[in-house]
Design a protein around this ligand. Structure first.
Ligand code: ATP
Ligand code: MG
Length: 434
């Protein structure tokens, strides 16, 4: 077969940038090394691969993550750095801990810096002194939510950040954060290359919404769905206990409604699931709600934060990182529902639940804890082998490497013709179009 090809589709170029050849025998003991040629297929259906197979070329595939027999860096000669940016998410401390433990125990790296308050911590004039992380100092941090390093939003100058890395002799920087963080990471990697510095930048994608492309699962999502279930359970219990009762739950999901959709599947008492991907009219929703009340006497509505933005006046406000601030769809719907039934002279009981901050601040559940551990280890192995400008992905049940360019190229969204969305419609019984 000819070399792996992209059929002219540059979107599927999974080539990972490398700082150079690996000549140093890995100090990692007692684990199976991954073959450098190991690849994980991008497609999982034979029909999707057919164009490549018909041409006699390898279908698109991602590099398999894991420890390599030869590494690029001499672990005794470099320091490493970790930074967390953007909003908090369950599992951040687990990932930090896993990176530190792997650097210490697998590679015997002597110096690990925890940069404080996001990219601010990499800019000397802010005066945030980095924490020195050790296996002992991170031993218990997975038991608490949030990030021990702190986080921030807002742009920083790549040249200033790279100067700090150079001054501290950082060979590998681990960037834990969302799309914005990884775009920042890309700029750091590019600036390091421009200055001829051997600095590897490895991203660990953090998105509680699970909305990063070329990554099937992100840490914190499982915990978020498990916690959201408590809210939908309470919502249904409240709704069931009173006459003409509506419970409205707002969940995370700025651009993608995966948390809302899965929350419906884990608690099939939800009657309406509103996500950014499926448009609805206020009138359509209110009429469907009234019909449901007449028929069943109660209703549970789950709304993702980015749903129905077209129904409200755009705010034009932005956060420090330049992300558009969304209107509060939860409050908007709460008031609109109250108004509608008051005008219809129908007495209702409306309960509004917004558990978002409670969910994001939780420590990771067991599944996410294991996932974070393996993500952190994969990131360390990737960095030690001199890979750079990439994120660790989970694809077809394996850990893989994906170039940052691809990961931030577009947002992953619910396909409304998919099994997932059809299952949501089947479980809620809500009209396909409202
Ligand atoms: P969240 O999931 O919370 O949105 P995020 O990583 O996307 O996480 P942001 O606040 O958007 O959070 O970005 C985090 C950091 O990355 C900020 O310091 C921000 O300035 C920086 N950043 C965002 N976008 C870019 C970009 N295009 N280039 C360089 N840096 C960026
Ligand atoms: Mg973001």
């Amino acid at each position: 077969m000819r070399q792996e090809g992209d059929m002219g589709n540059t979107e599927l170029d999974f080539t990972i940038e490398r700082l150079g050849e690996c000549h140093i025998p890995s100090p990692v003991k007692g684990i199976r090394f991954v073959d450098d040629d190991g690849r994980v297929l991008y497609h999982s259906h034979l029909q999707e691969m057919k164009p490549w197979l018909d041409e006699g070329i390898h279908p698109p595939a991602m590099e398999a993550a894991g420890p390599r027999e030869k590494v690029f860096f001499d672990p005794s000669r470099i320091a490493c750095g970790i930074v967390t940016c953007g909003g908090i998410c369950p599992g951040l401390n687990d990932v930090i801990r896993s990176i530190v433990l792997s650097l210490c125990h697998h590679y015997c790296v002597q110096k690990i810096y925890g940069f404080r308050f996001g990219y601010e911590g990499l800019v000397q004039r802010y005066g945030h002194k980095p924490l020195e992380l050790t296996a002992d100092s991170v031993a218990q941090i997975h038991e608490i939510g949030g990030t021990i390093l702190g986080s921030s939003r807002g742009p920083q100058e790549p040249s200033e950040m790279v100067k700090t890395l150079e001054d501290l002799n950082v060979g590998i920087l681990f960037t834990i954060g969302g799309d914005g963080t990884q775009r920042g990471a890309q700029k750091i990697a590019e600036e390091a290359t421009r200055r001829g510095l051997e600095i590897s930048v490895i991203g660990i994608p953090k998105t509680i919404d699970n909305d990063i492309s070329y990554i099937q699962a992100t840490f914190g999502f499982e915990t978020a769905v498990a916690e959201a279930r408590r809210a939908t359970y309470a919502a249904h219990t409240e709704a069931d206990a009173a006459r003409n009762s509506i419970s409205l739950v707002k969940l995370m999901g700025r651009d993608s409604g995966f948390i809302a959709a899965y929350s419906v599947l884990v608690n099939s008492h939800v009657n309406f699931c509103l996500v950014p991907e499926a448009r609805f009219t206020l009138d359509g929703l209110l009429r469907a709600l009234k019909e449901r009340l007449e028929r069943r006497g109660h209703a549970v509505v789950v709304v993702a934060e980015g749903a129905g933005q077209n129904l409200m006046e755009a705010t034009a406000e932005r956060d420090a990182s330049g992300n558009i601030k969304y209107g509060d769809i939860g409050i908007f719907l709460r008031d609109a529902i109250r108004d509608y039934f008051r005008k219809a002279s129908l007495e209702i009981n409306l309960k509004y639940i917004d558990p978002s901050y409670i969910i994001r601040s939780m420590p990771a559940n067991p599944h996410d804890a294991a996932f974070c551990l393996l993500l952190g280890q994969s990131a360390v192995h990737a960095g030690m082998s001199g890979r750079t400008n990439m994120v660790v992905s989970f694809w077809n049940r394996e850990f893989t490497h994906v170039p940052i360019t691809l990961a931030v190229s577009q947002r992953k969204k619910i396909d409304t013709s998919s099994m997932l969305w059809n299952s949501v419609l089947a479980v809620t019984g809500q009209p396909d179009m409202m």
